[in-house]
Design a binder for this molecule. Sequence first.
Ligand code: C2E
Ligand code: CA
Ligand code: CA
Length: 646
Amino acid sequence: MQTTVIPGFPRSTTDAPRYAEAQLSHLRRQIPPLYALLAVNAAALAFTHRHLAPALLTLQVPAVLIAACLARMLVWALPTKRPVAGPVDAVARLRRITPLALAMAVSFVTWALVLDRYGGPYEHGHVAIFISITVLGCVFCLGYLPRAALMVCTSVVGIFLAYNLWKGTEVLIAVAFNVALVTAVILKVLRDSFDGFLQLQASQEALQSERTAAERLNDENARLARTDALTQLPNRRLFMAELEQRLAQADAIERVSVGLLDLDGFKPINDTYGHGQGDRLLTALGERLRAVASDRVMVARLGGDEFGVIVRGDAYAAAAEGERLCDLLRQPVVLGEVTVAVGCSAGFATFPDAGRSAHELFDRADFALYHAKANQRGGCVIFSPRLEQLVRGEQALEAALQSAPLEQEFSVVFQPVFDTATLEIVGVEALARWESPTLGKVAPDQFFPVAERLGITRPLTLALFGKVLAAGAELPRSMRISFNLSPVDLVDRTTIDLMLERLEESAVDPRRLVFELTENALVTDLTAAVEAMHRLKAIGIRLALDDFGTGYSSLSSLHQMPFDILKVDRSFAARLSDHVGRRLVAAIRGVGRSLSMRCVMEGIETETQLIEARLSGFELAQGYHLSRPMTLEDLTQMVRARQAAA
Ligand code: C2E
Ligand code: CA
Ligand code: CA
């Protein structure tokens, strides 16, 4: 048999403790028949000599030997009381077999040769056959322990050969040599097949370790496919799978809440310090979230700056958890030389109140988040039936807005802006109006955020701007026209390009135009906003900062912005009646003056407010007391009437 030797491949039992257990289990099957063979053959030999040899040799001695055989046979055949405790134990057990086998072999061969002194040629023949056949049989049974087989063979065959050379006939000497030769060949064959056994074990072991490595790789791949690479948090896929599973397991009394967390102000950090720092920030926040994740709270990164949470618990538990996580994310993060901080808003939906399927809950949590972002920035909103109504209304609004023919359903009205000293109309502010056939009149405060969400601000703005330009041609040239520009429009190059194109095609002088911007535009993308502002200024359009005093007014950076006009929010007009409010308004006016901006007081609803505004130094004012927003026709009529009266 051709055997290839594997490097480091063991040649003997003692070298290969890791195969000793396999050897032992093979031997367990082969040693009992060995003893059975020995016992039966010994009984047969004793039987043929029963009348020839003394009873000691045909009864007592064989009885002891056979009893020993049967005892050993039982030890091997019966289920073991003490199972093999690892390879070392197996080796120790194997080691004990060889001396025992040797002792048995020598005892039997000695007994047989003593018996050989009795009887004639037939009996001598029987002894020779007993020894040779038995030794061959035993050697086969010891195939898995070559060392024991070799010891048994050399001792038995050696003694047999020596005995015959000393005492035997020519025939018996020949038989002894014959047996020696056959045994040698059989030993060689056994050795080879034992090598084959070892090799098989080795290749099985190699196969097993390859399989284990492949499984490990598989596990690792599966883990990676479910982990977000940046934060090491579970990713969206695992999050959704986990959510489905928890919902499937949730019973009637259990509550499971799904939350979405979204960072506020992550984009400016990303834009200012670069994506590398943005990634580092997310990694640091991910680490914080990982530290608080538990059996009860699972946190995942869903993408961008959005995180998902699954909380085992009702809406109260979810709200508490949401606040805790938002607080955690709001803590400042040190990124090398800079320290940054982001805000965080959260939306939650609870099973089964807010929905039963993962998809439903996710959508509702998303809506709650949207609501938080729009109305309660930095807060945690739980989806509720009231919110649901809002959703329905919002959805109806979305549907109507999406299919609305903008040119027909939208229009603009104009609210005059007055000089507080002369009460002359110096300009008008264009305000959008929507009359939907299904929903009726919808206020711009309602539909602009929806248009932004739907991404249809550009066509809407262009349609409105077209109408304003057309109106501008009909209004006196001295009259300023203010147009409200949403933050999305300002930072969108294409929108600005198209607006300027329309403006060029119209008869309206750009210097008559004022674009009103809110601070949101500056918060979203400062660089793009400032760039667009300079483009507009370059062709003579004036810029007004709208709703001043309501936003996160970055007074420090206000002087860097090319604003010409400050429009103080109408909530301040109402405060003109009290002492503190008046001082506040005067202070605001001071800021405007120091930055050389003209100031408009919005929302003047009473004569007193108008007087107070004038006294506080506001040269311009706007409000229902002075004039409500009106159609172009009404406006031109009013202008004509005032001109006629003058
Ligand atoms: P805004 O730019 O601050 O516009 C002034 C709002 O105050 C107008 O509401 C106007 O009708 C209202 N107003 C004027 N005087 C008074 C007053 O004395 N008392 C009170 N309580 N309110 C007064 P309107 O038309 O509902 O517009 C709301 C907001 O929608 C606007 O606030 C503006 O942010 C936005 N918007 C309106 N038209 C447009 C538009 O064409 N484009 C964009 N992007 N936004 C627009
Ligand atoms: Ca405005
Ligand atoms: Ca305003």
